[in-house]
Structure formats: C-alpha cells, structure tokens
Design a protein around this ligand. Sequence first.
Ligand code: PMT
Length: 416
Amino acid sequence: MDAPRIRPPRDPAAPLAGAIIVVGVAGGIAAYKACELVRLLTKAGAQVHVCMTRRAQKFVGPMTFQALTGHPVFTELFSLTEEATIGHIQLADRADLMIIAPATANAIARLAAGMSDDAVTTVALACTAPLLIAPSMNVNMWAHPLTRANVTRLTEVAGARVVGPDAGFLACRWTGPGRLAEPADIVEAAARILAPQDLAGKRVLVTAGPTHEAIDPARYLGNRSTGKMGYALAAAAARRGAEVVLVSGPVALEPPLGVEVIAVEDARAMRAAIDARVLAQDLIVMAAAVADFRPVAPSDRKLKRTEIGYTPTIALDSNPDILGEIGQARKARGAARPVLVGFAAETHDVVDYARAKLASKAVDMIVANDVTEAGAGFGTDTNRVVLVEPGGDTAIPAGTKAAVAHRILDRAVALL
Ligand code: PMT
C-alpha cells in the first residue's frame, strides 16, 4: 500500500494550485456547466480528474472532459482499460478534494444511502478527501423532504459541504432554487475548503469603494475608487474562514460569496454602519476612499444652472475621520481589539505620510498605496503596497488585488 500523501500547507491566494481534484458529473442538463467548472479548476492550477455516470454521458461526452483535463475519464466500474490507466480506488486515494457537479436528486439519494453502483458514487464512497456537492434539479425535487433529508445526511453524517443551488429560471421551465451554482462560485467554495482557515471564528469588517457626498439629487462629490481592493480583501478574509461584513460605498461589483454587504452612500452613513458593529469585530480593514469633505447644504431639488451661476462655489464641511475616531476610542479604552488596518492613498512621500497616519489614527498597520504608479491604486486589477507598522515596513510585491489582499491578511493574522 502507498504511504499516505503528505499535503503541504496551501497559499490562501492560490489554494487550488497543485491540488488533485476529482469532479464527479451526474446526469442532469447542468452537466454542460461542469465543462466550465473543470476549465476554471485547471486554470487555477489544479490537476483535475473526471468521473461520470452513464446518464451524464447523455448530456456531455467524456472526450470533452478528457480534452479539458488531459486525463482519461472514469465512466465504467468494470472497464479493464480505464482501470489499467488509473484505478478508481487510486484516484479516490490521491484526491485532495472531490466535487460532484451537478449533483442530481438521484445522485444525492444514492450517495446518502451509501450506494456505489456507478463511477461517481463509487469514487465518492472510497474517497477520504473532503466532498463538495453542487446540487442541480427541479424546484420541487430540491424542496422535497426526502431530498432535504438526504442532503442533511450527507452534510451531517459524511461532512459534505454544499454550494448552491442558485435560484432562477430552470431548464424544466420552473423558476426558483435548483439551478447549479455558477462555476466560479463552485471554484471559490473549493478554494475555501483547501485554503488555511486561519481566520476561522474571527469577525472581520472591511470597507470598500468611494463615498458620494450629495450636492443635489443628481450630483455628488466623489473619487476614483472602484471598490476592487476592498472587495478583494473581503473575499480573501471569507476564504480564510472569517465571518465578514463589507461596508461598501457605491460600486458596480458583485458581492463576494458568503459576505454580508452593507451598502452606504456617504461618509456619515459609513460611520454609522461601522459604529454599530465596531466592538463585535476582531479585525477592521479600511480600504474605502472616504471623502474628507461634503457639501454643507445639499439641495433637495436639482440645482439649475441659472440658479447657481457660471462660477458656482460649493461650501464644504469636514467629514468625520472614521478610522481616526475608532483608533483613538480604542486607545482610550486601553484595548488591543479590534486590530485596525488602514490604507493611505498617496501621490508622493507615500511611506512617510503612511507612517504619520499610523500615529495620528492610532492603528496597528497602514497599507501605503502609491496611486500614481502604473498598475496600482484606483481602478486597476493589480496593486503594489508597503505595509507600515510600528516595528518597520514590509514591501509587498506587485500582484493581483486578490494576492495583495492575502499578503495584507497574513500580517493581520499575525497581529491577531
Ligand atoms: O477601490 P479601488 O479602485 O480598488 O482602489 C483602491 C484604493 C486606492 C482606494 C485603496 O487601495 C486605498 O488606498 N484606499 C484608501 C483611500 C483613502 O481614502 O486614503 P486616505 O489616505 O485618504 O485615508 C486614510 C485612511 O483613513 C483610509 O483607511 C480611509 O479609509 C480612512 N478614512 C479616510 C478619510 C475619512 N474621512 N475617514 C476615514 O476613515
């Protein structure tokens, strides 16, 4: 017998890289979406092996999966050729994770009954790696008490994790829950299973995006933040097991999977949302670009050009320094929690200004962000930052905002 595989610690920024993932495809119309799932898993660096039920092959051919994965597809229990290349027990033994997508009502029922009468249930029963199921079926089949009981049995007895189903218009013409989760969400659910859970049990609040300070119902003062950095931080914290609240200014981004999003418009609403939660948090990371000023007297009617003249003046008032208030209040309490991480968006003397903010806001870390640098700052998918702490500075190499978010959280985990 082979020695058990030693599983190296995984980088939370790329937890699927090098992982061996078995994807079991059951016979439902959503089987075609498993192709995209397999492509995304492969793109994320995983070594993917596919097994299929006979019914699944009515919807998609094994050749497609073989081409996508570069590995033979396991379809028959008693195939001499398939067992000669890689036996199903060997496949089950080597897996870091098994995903069943789509998991039909029938496949879920047979798994819950401990049956192993096709390629998918056989590998699943022999597999000791975590199991992730992505159900897909008709609304009423999903709501049926027997399906509910089977899913509960899989989660409670076998420790399976479930992603989806999503609600929407289904192939059976019904509308409601039953649609296979989006392949990208299944990949993220898989990443969360394999990533280190070093923020498990921790509450993390992240702020993101700009604030819009009203001039009148049609106009506002704002800035160039798109929320990408803050959303990446929220997704990264959720991947590492945290319970995440994201207080977000107006942005055009999808909420990260499993993150509670509180949408706010202006700085005072952002402060109210944070104040109501601050004491419950273990960590607060403020990536939002909060406007420092707001119009003193926003109009409740759209201002007419004829009313405001050709060289209008807008009187401004100062907004609260939310992070500074939280930091100073924590200092006054003599408390170490929540750990506070701020950002500093600067155009010159970046690290010097960040260090000044570290002291004036009484926080644990400032992420210094030169917003004039190409590929960094506002709106980009990448960033390059320096972590400024009382004990010294750490330059984080340029990378995607997701990768940079994980490097920021590595330090925050150490501070926790
Ligand atoms: O959203 P993206 O397009 O991805 O862009 C990312 C980003 C450039 C916005 C982000 O990386 C960043 O640098 N965010 C901080 C922007 C900012 O407002 O910096 P600041 O130096 O003005 O503020 C310092 C800190 O105090 C920040 O943590 C800020 O959230 C906070 N602050 C600022 C003003 C204010 N009135 N209240 C605050 O709490």
